[in-house]
Design a binder for this molecule. Structure first.
Ligand code: ATP
Length: 298
């Protein structure tokens, strides 16, 4: 029984730590995920963002030394552009996001933002520059206002409402009996998948980061909600350097570049049109998903 409760204790600890002032959403994941070897270099300077140009240069990585996950992955995302990463389950898509956030250090090659190696700047400054809209948003047992506001420490009610408006969840909140004071989470109102995603988008808008990671949920929302969320996400990513980890190819046809990861390497790269014309892995995935879509619509 003690074993059963240990994870709950950990969650309680994490929650209290956050309530005590670690406002940053990502700090929570950092507490759980960051292995102790990820430390700031002595006298590491903060990341100086100029244009938010992201570069992966022959990045190698393994969680377990015997099992390489990334075997030399390179790409460049020009300022404000969007890169989508697709590939089979387990190919290493989420791993790329974790490395960019420096949950782990690369084992070869480097990751650079505006020419600075992310392993040589402070983790706090790196994480302040990157916003994540995760697959599953964690809601705290607190008010919905708090859940949005913790995107940025010290945000005012007016700023929280502006972010909620832009994420198109303000009207939903105002229709709740207690408005922004409504309790959500396990012990409060349960939000739908789409509503939780909008909370995550509002948090990210408050944080206003130059770099964005969108981790698309595996399970599809209903198609109308999905289309509305996609529209909101497109607005959010418009002027930001964005990495989309995509499961449904229909959501990334407009990406500036798409890379197909397979067995730790970039197997194909190009725009949607170029990849289709190539007639390779991407074209195959597209054809498979298109026939699934037709079956759903039938
Ligand atoms: P999916 O589309 O299913 O989300 P993915 O392409 O995002 O998959 P990753 O989550 O990056 O895949 O995982 C890549 C590989 O690394 C998988 O084989 C996974 O089992 C392994 N892996 C992921 N996290 C860890 C970890 N913390 N420790 C050890 N292995 C891990």
């Amino acid at each position: 029984l003690a074993q059963l409760f240990r994870p709950l204790d950990l969650l309680g600890m994490v929650y209290r730590t956050i309530r005590q002032g670690l406002i940053d959403m990502e700090a929570m994941f950092a507490l759980i995920d960051t292995p102790p070897e990820v430390v700031d270099a002595p006298q590491a300077p903060p990341l100086a963002i100029a244009e938010a140009r992201v570069k992966f240069d022959s990045v190698r990585f393994a969680y377990d030394p015997d099992r390489p996950i990334l075997k030399g992955v390179s790409f460049l995302i020009p300022p404000g552009k969007t890169l989508a990463i697709v590939g089979p389950s387990g190919a290493g898509k989420s791993t790329i996001a974790r490395l960019l956030f420096r949950f782990y250090d690369v084992s070869g090659g480097s990751i650079q933002i505006d020419g600075q190696d992310i392993a040589r700047v402070t983790q706090a400054s790196l994480r302040a520059a990157i916003g994540i809209v995760p697959q599953d948003t964690v809601l705290f047992n607190d008010t919905i206002g708090y859940n949005i506001g913790y995107g940025r420490e010290g945000a005012t009610q007016a700023e929280i409402e502006a972010a909620a408006r832009a994420a198109r969840i303000h009207d939903f909140i105002m229709a709740l009996p207690d408005g922004y004071q409504s309790m959500v989470g396990e012990r409060g109102l349960k939000l739908s998948g789409g509503e939780k995603q909008r909370v995550a988008i509002a948090r990210t808008l408050l944080k206003d980061p130059p770099i964005l990671i969108l981790d698309e949920a595996t399970s599809a929302l209903d198609s109308r909600t999905e289309a509305e969320i996609q529209r909101t996400l497109r607005e959010v990513s418009a002027r930001r350097t964005t990495v989309i980890i995509a499961h449904r190819l229909s959501t990334i046809v407009d990406a500036d570049e798409i890379i197909v990861l397979d067995q730790g390497r970039v197997a194909e790269r190009g725009t949607h049109g170029q990849l289709l014309a190539m007639g390779g892995l991407y074209a195959e995935m597209w054809a498979r998903q298109a026939s699934e879509r037709e079956m759903e619509e039938a």
